[in-house]
Design a protein around this ligand. Sequence first.
Ligand SMILES: CC(C)(COP(=O)(O)OP(=O)(O)OC[C@H]1O[C@@H](n2cnc3c(N)ncnc32)[C@H](O)[C@@H]1OP(=O)(O)O)[C@@H](O)C(=O)NCCC(=O)NCCS
Length: 177
Amino acid sequence: MLELEDFRLRPIQLGDERAFLDYLSQPEVIEHTSIPAPTLESLAASVQRDIAGYANSTSFCFAVAAADDRAIGICGFNSWSPDHRHAELAYELAPHYWRQGVMRRAVEAVLSWGFSELGLNRVHAFVMTSNQASIRLLERCGFSREGTLRRYRIARGEPKDFHLYALLAEDFARPRA
Ligand SMILES: CC(C)(COP(=O)(O)OP(=O)(O)OC[C@H]1O[C@@H](n2cnc3c(N)ncnc32)[C@H](O)[C@@H]1OP(=O)(O)O)[C@@H](O)C(=O)NCCC(=O)NCCS
């Protein structure tokens, strides 16, 4: 559990799929991502995978929870390689909370936890080239663009280009503005 001032990061739990469906049903949330059109069933299966991933230490996705414990987003590592000490960062947030610095604080907390507790050497993220909010967030958190992967993921039937961003442990430790 990672406590932040007005919200916290907690393990994903059964039942969170309803809150996820509420915000993922808003088209602007998935527009610049490869997230499939959501259903309650697909999100319940995803919640089960996240719970199993956490239990097996293969992925670490946290729910961003408001004061009443309702999930308003996700932030975490959806894959982790202990051998190579790298992980893929992923996040999403309900539009009501956008542009208030919520995800920046969540990402900083997850990175701090990942670099110290998981001993990560590198964290990377794949972001659709049209996703200005996510690009800005990653750059504000110190990530560097390493290249562009053409037609890397299929977004609801359409192949899309994705930038590859990464942050190394030593760069996270360095003070930033
Ligand atoms: C990407 C997302 C998580 C950002 O969350 P957020 O809490 O609104 O981000 P923050 O408020 O912490 O902002 C971080 C930075 O990004 C900037 N930013 C946020 N939204 C932006 C937008 N739509 N356009 C341009 N910049 C934006 C902020 O201004 C801030 O930069 P600053 O500190 O220089 O002002 C949110 O927009 C989202 O959930 N989008 C849909 C899902 C998604 O795209 N997930 C990522 C897939 S790779």
